[in-house]
Ligand binder design. Structure first.
Ligand code: CTP
Length: 434
């Protein structure tokens, strides 16, 4: 997985810097090459000599080193990598990254790069919780930085809480996840919704003036105050669609169930739990021009939610009586003309005869398009990063190749823009640098 991959590891100054040494070792064991850049304060914790002997490469420490500039300039260095990892990422370097400062080699590399960045924060728990740090982390997520950790635990300063850097093997898993390997279940990687922000800037604003609703994620249907019925939807597809529509200039409201994703930049995000809340949030946002229903809404909820935690009685297990949830897609597709969006797109999650089922669903739900995807076992669509979809409209089926979820989103946004602009004026991709 990491064989031949080029990692640029930025080590900033915290006690966890010693763990960066093990990280280098683990990455090299897996066949990755690791170039390192250290901040001045990192050198208080580990020496450039040990970093260089473990990585087998020269370490970049000084922005103005003439020899380094002659051999490989900082721009080139930051672009030569497949991925930049900041570990440990102190509160200080996160603040500098969030501000876009380039006042040493490490931050210059980070500002000059066009490659994905993964940060493994490490700091005192109060520093982590400080609104300034949280603000910086939010900004960085929006800018496209992914995060692993920090973990809960006892710190060097004796306090307890989140702030410990993720363990080297956890960081390795997060790095592998950047290259497409599924992340082990016990780890949480915050993936940036704004990853494509730079590309988005170059996309024609052909949905400007249009309003859109997108639903995303699962819904949680409470059984009692502590238990709920849910499903494995990650929200990745719905969130990517909201971001893609916003990137083309639409004013987007994303109504999302509980997911582990940051709110997409430039999108009004409404967080809900149950299907009924998702239903009302969508209706509250009408009228809109475009509605895309990507949420995996629970079809059923418990008819009567217990007000107290259901206890074991020693007799038979409790029987849960279910009631059907409102169908948001159908309700909005069939609402009165004044409120019905001009274009309603549903999803069909099918495990067999995908297109035939989707055609039936198109008719039964009354929507205009269905994006049908195969979620049968082994496809890895649920929770995964890619999707094979068929765009089913009245009288036509387009089979799209296997694409990443952001690519599916971008293609759907493009088709939606074409739908509104008519076949003559296709959306224009403005070339980089123009
Ligand atoms: N949907 C919705 N509200 C519901 C159920 C589904 O808005 N209560 C939407 C989904 O967001 C999706 C589409 O309906 O766009 C299809 O959902 P799917 O789960 O594939 O179909 P179901 O309606 O559940 O039908 P079936 O279970 O028979 O496949």
């Amino acid at each position: 997985m990491l064989k031949g991959k080029r990692i640029l590891l930025v080590i900033s100054g915290g006690i966890a810097a010693y763990k960066a040494l093990e990280l280098i070792r683990r990455l090299r064991e897996r066949g990755a090459s690791v170039r390192c850049a250290m901040t001045k304060s990192a050198e208080q914790f580990v020496t450039a000599l040990s970093v260089s002997s473990l990585s087998g490469e020269k370490v970049s420490t000084d922005l103005f080193s003439l020899t380094d500039e002659a051999e490989m300039g900082h721009i080139e260095l930051s672009r030569d990598a497949d991925l930049i990892v900041v570990a440990p990422a102190t509160a200080n370097i996160l603040a500098r990254m969030a501000q876009g400062l380039a006042d040493d080699m490490a931050t210059t590399l980070l500002l000059a790069t066009d490659k994905p960045v993964l940060a493994a924060p490490a700091m005192n728990v109060r520093m982590w919780y400080h609104p300034a740090t949280q603000r910086n982390v939010e900004q960085l997520k929006k800018d496209g930085v992914a995060f692993i950790g920090p973990n809960d635990g006892e710190m060097a300063c004796g306090e307890y809480g989140p702030g410990r850097m993720a363990e080297p093997l956890e960081i390795v898993a997060a790095i592998e996840a950047q290259f497409g390997k599924p992340l082990p279940k016990h780890l949480t990687l915050v993936e940036p919704a704004g990853k494509r922000a730079v590309e988005a800037l170059q996309i024609a604003q052909d949905l400007k003036g249009k309003r859109a609703i997108v639903t995303s994620g699962p819904t949680y249907e409470a059984i009692d105050p502590v238990r709920y019925i849910a499903n494995r939807s990650s929200g990745k597809q719905g969130h990517a669609i909201a971001a893609a529509l916003a990137a083309r200039g639409a004013e987007v409201t994303l109504v999302t169930g509980p997911v582990n994703l940051p709110d997409p930049p430039g999108v009004k995000t409404v967080h809900v739990e149950a299907a009924r809340d998702m239903f009302s949030a969508c209706f509250l946002d009408l009228p809109v021009d475009i509605a895309v229903f990507a949420a995996a809404v629970a079809d059923w909820r418990v008819a009567v939610e217990a007000s107290q935690k259901i206890k074991k009685t020693g007799d038979l297990p409790p029987v849960l009586k279910l009631a059907e949830n409102p169908d948001i897609l159908r309700a909005i597709s069939t609402t009165d003309k004044k409120r019905r969006p001009a274009l309603v797109v549903g999803f069909a999650a099918e495990t067999e005869t995908v297109v035939a089922h989707a055609q039936k669903k198109l008719a039964s739900k009354g929507c205009d398009w269905i994006l049908a995807n195969d979620v049968s076992e082994g496809t890895g669509t649920f929770g995964g990063d890619s999707n094979t979809v068929h765009l089913v409209t009245q009288g036509s089926v387009e089979n799209w190749p296997r694409l990443s979820k952001p690519e599916v989103a971008a293609r759907l946004a493009e088709r939606i823009a074409q739908h509104f602009s008519g076949p003559k004026s296709k959306p224009v991709l403005v070339k980089k640098g123009s």
